[in-house]
Design a binder for this molecule. Structure first.
Ligand code: SF4
Length: 362
């Protein structure tokens, strides 16, 4: 029974140059979209009390209070449910309303404090907006705040990154999600390579930046509970941990993905089609036992807690240490033993693609 829900809100006022998420400048469709979304929820959601709800996008902070409230109220919750909403820093005016709608965790798309870089990458907020958003959140009583940080941005240097991290920490937030810039084909820059600005740090430099972030944040009392996510103890994203624990979840809205009863499914990415028929999944894939094991390994190694070999034995009847003995030996400088299984150390994280592909091929 899924106890987590992801909802996709596919609206953005403008498109960031690096963005490959499904989002459109179509706020004119807001009411029709939410009507379709509520219909999908009423047909598919079986009423389980939720541990987590996550409103992502797109820009869910663009929704009106009345519509957001209807969406949040369409579920039952466990008493301590985590209800997260992704906020664009220049939507800080709505934060009080968000709290009143039941949101208790914010994930703020801050990216960097460098105003010049924010402009280059096409963000619509300024560094001041980030500070104002965090302060508005705290004044509203929202004390579970995550900031996004992108590294490997055009013109970004290690010194600049250090300044960013310092400013993030000064805001006394609880969680930081980091992303290495990757130019996907679907993004503006992917479709228009001539428009890609110069001064993008190369892969080696990105890896250095990642190591630097890791060291800096761990020294400041944040721990890397997942490859890209750092938190103060007790403030890990419970919603995202459910993904990495290979748990079930509903996905509602255009382009949303879900995982229930061993089936991964996703809705249409066409917002008009979704509004016409919000209950027709376009893609359904029943995972084979091998695929389930592969996912368990890939997702498990993303976490600092690592993979749980007892769980693997119970679920797949497989003795992990025997089956992967050679790989565990070959990468003994990169893979560490935990009480429950194995995890990648920082050196392992940096070559995780190579290590994981060996697990999948064996
Ligand atoms: S990065 Fe976020 S805010 Fe920017 S266009 Fe993409 S979804 Fe919208």
């Amino acid at each position: 029974m899924p106890e987590s829900v992801y909802i996709h809100i596919p609206f953005c006022k403008s498109k960031c140059k690096y963005c490959s998420f499904i989002s459109f400048n179509r706020m004119d469709l807001e009411e029709q979209y939410i009507k379709a979304l509520l219909k999908e929820i009423s047909v598919r959601y079986a009423g389980e009390p939720l541990k987590t709800l996550y409103l992502g996008g797109g820009t869910p902070s663009l929704l009106s209070k009345a519509l957001l409230s209807k969406v949040v109220k369409s579920f039952n919750y466990k008493p301590d449910a985590e209800i997260t909403l992704e906020l664009n820093p220049d939507d800080a005016d709505c934060i009080k309303d968000l709290k009143e709608c039941g949101i208790n965790r914010l994930s703020i798309g801050s990216q960097t404090f460098d105003d010049n870089i924010l402009k280059i990458i096409g963000r619509r907020h300024s560094s001041d907006d980030i500070t104002k958003a965090v302060s508005a959140a705290k004044s509203a009583g929202l004390n579970n705040i995550s900031l996004d940080l992108i590294y490997g941005l055009p013109l970004q240097t290690k010194e600049g990154l250090m300044q960013d991290l310092g400013k993030f920490l000064k805001l006394d937030i609880q969680h930081i999600s980091t992303y290495g810039l990757k130019i996907e084909n679907e993004s503006f820059w992917g479709r228009n390579p001539a428009a890609i600005p110069s001064g993008i740090p190369d892969e080696d430099c990105q890896a250095d930046m990642y190591e630097f972030i890791n060291e800096y944040l761990e020294n400041e009392g944040f721990y890397r509970y997942e490859i890209s996510n750092f938190a103060r103890h007790g403030f890990e994203s419970r919603h995202n941990l459910n993904y990495w624990n290979n748990g079930e979840y509903y996905g509602f809205g255009a382009a949303a993905h879900g995982y229930i009863n061993g089936i991964r499914y996703s809705n249409t990415i066409d917002i008009d089609e979704y509004i016409k028929n919000p209950v027709l999944p376009v893609y359904k894939h029943h995972l084979s036992k091998t695929e389930k094991l592969e996912e368990e390994i890939i997702l498990g190694f993303r976490k600092k807690a690592g993979i749980n070999i007892k769980k693997i034995k119970k679920q797949f009847g497989l003795d992990f240490e025997t089956k992967y003995e050679n790989i565990l030996k070959k990468y003994s400088d990169y893979i560490e033993k935990t009480n429950e299984g194995y995890t990648l150390n920082i050196h392992g994280v940096l070559i995780s693609n190579i290590i994981l592909s060996e697990f999948l091929e064996s």
